[in-house]
Ligand binder design. Structure first.
Ligand code: AMP
Length: 299
């Protein structure tokens, strides 16, 4: 089966939501997306952790079949993010400590450079570009980002976007990047920057995919309560890429299935802090929720 290469942050997160809080819990864009993708396709991960990173966290990734040879251990502290969700809306960043990511020079272990599917999970766009430079003709490049990089490194992000096939971002970010509030018009402007396909996520209101002459919306999976929205976007994107990597071909049907898998996997992530629910799913949990989701969305 096609493999997915993921590059992104591997983090220790301190998070507060109306449902509680955690301190230095396992997180990071590469962690959520790798575990999520691993339910659909094998994953190689590229990133860096400090010498404070627990071996149990690496073991958890390995348990999911994630190849961690590309996860460098550097002297110093692991990337640390502190965030708050006063009302489960967009995250409010309180602190970002790049730590070992500040001097990270990604090296791809032998064989990684031919991985056919690449997911550039949220991290500095310069770093995403450097990993892409080392790849040999990937079949599909999917990219995510966050408000911080749109704000402080817009030029590097725009240079990267020229080399990306599918760009995933949320509604607020699409407005920041384009200055356009209407998501159809914003998606058109972003597609003109390079990506053939743009997916705009709207949190609890689902997501829409925009392609040439083809758009497709999915609602969120209905949940009565959530604990922590952190990682929902990364989880969505990981499952999306993993599903495409497992598909025979990337057509409309595969894109629709990938959007549905992204949505239901994200719904598991928000039901607990960190990867508490995401990392402990059985295939039958996913199949059951997928069936319910199909029933919920069918006209
Ligand atoms: P999201 O899917 O957008 O909720 O992503 C949440 C994850 O993003 C958290 O686990 C954080 O560790 C990670 N994160 C926060 N800020 C950054 C940043 N500046 N660069 C990379 N990852 C980040």
């Amino acid at each position: 089966m096609n493999k997915v290469l993921v590059v992104g942050s591997v983090a220790l997160d301190s998070i507060k939501t109306p449902a509680g809080s955690v301190d230095h819990a396992l997180g990071g864009s590469a962690v959520y997306s790798s575990i999520s993708a691993s339910y659909f396709a094998p994953v190689n991960v590229v990133g860096v952790v400090g010498d404070d990173f627990s071996k149990a966290h690496v073991a958890l990734l390995k348990k999911h079949g994630v190849d961690t040879v590309g996860l460098e251990v550097a002297k110093g502290k692991t990337f640390h993010w502190k965030g708050e969700y006063p009302e489960f809306g967009d995250a409010k960043t309180l602190e970002t400590h790049l730590n070992v990511f500040a001097d990270f020079d990604p090296k791809l272990p032998k064989g990684y450079e031919t991985t056919p599917f690449v997911f550039l999970a949220n991290i500095h766009p310069g770093l995403q570009s450097r990993v892409l430079d080392k790849m040999k003709k990937p079949k599909l490049v999917v990219c995510d980002t966050m408000n911080l990089w749109i704000n402080i490194t817009p030029d590097e992000l725009k240079t990267l976007l020229k080399r990306v096939d599918i760009f995933v971002l949320n509604e607020t970010e699409s407005k920041m990047l384009t200055g356009i509030g209407n998501i159809i018009a914003a998606a058109k402007a972003i597609r003109a920057m390079g990506p053939e396909i743009v997916i705009i996520k709207k949190g609890a209101h689902g997501a829409t995919l925009f392609s040439d002459g083809f758009s497709f919306s999915v609602p969120a999976y209905l949940l009565e309560s959530i604990k922590d929205p952190t990682g929902a976007g990364d989880t969505f994107a990981g499952a999306f890429v993993g599903t495409l990597a497992a598909a025979k071909k990337i057509d409309k049907a595969a894109l629709k299935k990938a959007m549905a898998h992204g949505t239901i996997m994200a719904s598991f992530t928000v039901q607990d802090f960190s990867v508490g629910r995401l990392a402990h799913l059985k295939k039958s949990d996913i199949a059951r929720r997928f069936k319910e989701y199909v029933a919920l969305t069918q006209l």
